[in-house]
Design a protein around this ligand. Structure first.
Ligand code: NAD
Ligand code: DAU
Length: 339
């Protein structure tokens, strides 16, 4: 199979590329990535010489480039990870979220229609369902939960999902969609909660927890997300949405305290800061459908996954130190300077 993976130089995309090249050495993976601030070619360094891997720098919203790529390569499968992915950035600069996440997905869908594919898979998010109240632990997101978005990021991802479903209904395009909960693991850019807290703790910097740290996220080790996407693409039913999550809810404060304990650092580093505008309270996935239909279940529990993740950031200090020594400083000052 020839598979186009968009956004493969980012966190989940890079983990997916490594997973696929190991699992399916005969498949050819073509990564299309714009290399935004979040895309890092270093994440793919170890596979650059693999003859079954091709990297192309480009924007999924660039119609000419995407057309040429499809015409030249005739992919069997397209898996769309490419997106602006950080909620806080979507609050300060929404425009690029509309461009990459909505227009970009539309351009890919048009190319799939034009050149024909066996499957287009959209990597979506549980954030399209909005949030759940903190005092109703009995409630979970199912695939039938209505779309109800909170941030420009989640609105752009929901818009992309609707386009994908429209191309299936109107043009018969063979699509699937996955909606996963919060991922963590190697290669995650240190603007997201877990790597940001690990990096700050290692540098003995304050750990900025929004509000009182009571918001809840449902954490999944990134490899389990990769396994789920692969299963959906190979065995999932065309036209269907699959929720992906491992019933691993934690408050942000719990997560931060676990990281501090693992690193032997003091909880005095925690600083409660102003909340994120529109901050979703709780995410919690009901993964019954993917479990029953495809036999998926998470393989890495949080206790093990967080140790592995912290170990990776300790072993790859230069990876994140390079990132936080550059333009990131301006980002950090803008987001946290007066918070
Ligand atoms: P990321 O920000 O780490 O990586 C995104 C990648 O996409 C980068 O390599 C970037 O260069 C590339 N990209 C951005 N705009 C592009 C464009 N216009 N054209 C080509 N490439 C472009 O994101 P991530 O956390 O790896 O998330 C990947 C996907 O998974 C996103 O679609 C996100 O919505 C979804 N998702 C993420 C999570 C999570 O917890 N991180 C959970 C569920 C779903
Ligand atoms: O649920 C899936 C989503 O998870 C993905 O679609 C997004 O791409 C991904 O970024 C993630 O979104 P969140 O907003 O949940 O992740 P983030 O790591 O930004 O924040 C997690 C929680 O931690 C959230 O409640 C906000 C809080 N937080 C975050 C940061 C960066 C803090 O308290 N302090 C911080 O400095």
């Amino acid at each position: 199979m020839k598979i186009i993976v968009t956004g493969g130089a980012g966190f989940i995309g890079a983990n997916f590329v490594h997973y696929m090249l190991e699992e399916y050495p005969d498949d050819h993976i073509i990564c299309l990535d714009k290399l935004t601030y979040a895309g890092n070619i270093e994440n793919l360094e170890s596979v650059m010489d693999n003859e079954k891997f091709t990297f192309i720098k480009g924007d999924i919203a660039d119609r000419l480039l995407v057309d040429k790529l499809f015409r030249d390569e005739k992919p069997d499968v397209v898996i769309n990870f490419a997106a602006e992915s950080h909620v806080d950035r979507s609050v300060t600069d929404p425009d690029i979220f509309l461009q990459s996440n909505i227009i970009g997905t539309g351009v890919l869908l048009d190319a799939c229609r034009e050149y024909g594919i066996k499957r287009f898979h959209q990597v979506s998010t549980d954030e399209v369902y909005g949030d759940l109240p903190l005092d109703r632990p009995d409630l979970f997101f199912t695939e039938d939960t209505p779309i109800h978005t909170s941030s420009p990021y989640s609105a752009s991802k929901a818009s992309a999902d609707l386009l994908v479903q429209a191309y299936h209904r109107t043009f018969g395009l063979p699509v699937t969609i996955s909606r996963c909960s919060n991922n963590y693991g190697p290669y995650q850019f240190p603007e997201k909660l877990i790597p940001l807290m690990i990096a700050n703790a290692l540098n003995d910097k304050e750990l900025p927890v929004y509000s009182k740290g009571e918001n809840v996220r449902d954490w999944l080790y990134v490899k389990d997300h990769c396994i789920a996407i692969d299963l959906i693409v190979r065995k999932g039913t065309v036209g269907e949405v699959y929720n992906v999550g491992g019933h691993n809810e934690k408050t942000n404060l719990e997560v931060v305290k676990i990281i501090l304990k693992e690193l032997g650092k003091s909880e005095d580093l925690i600083k409660f800061v102003a909340d994120r505008p529109g901050h979703d309270r709780r995410y919690a996935i009901d993964p019954t459908k993917i479990g029953n239909e495809l036999g998926w279940e998470p393989t890495t529990l949080f206790d093990e996954g967080i140790k592995k993740t912290i170990g990776w950031y300790l072993d790859n200090r230069s990876w994140w130190e390079n990132i936080i020594s550059g333009e990131y400083q301006n980002y950090y000052e803008k987001m946290y300077g007066n918070r």
